[in-house]
Design a protein. Structure first.
Length: 56
């Protein structure tokens, strides 16, 4: 999943995705060609962790 797709999925701007990566909330994307790609399962785990953290 491209960084842009992850941003669309989370309904945030692409720059916020990079902020989440830099703070360690999201895993670093895997570089394929010139674009960073997330494994969908890794992104789902990070979203689940964010949801649990916000619920507390």
């Amino acid at each position: 999943m491209r960084v842009e797709n992850a941003a669309d999925r989370l309904r945030v701007h692409r720059s916020y995705i990079y902020e989440l990566i830099n703070t360690g909330v999201l895993p670093h994307p895997i570089k394929l060609e010139r674009a960073g790609r997330f494994k969908a399962s890794d992104l789902d785990k990070a979203i689940g962790a964010l949801s649990k953290e916000q619920a507390q």
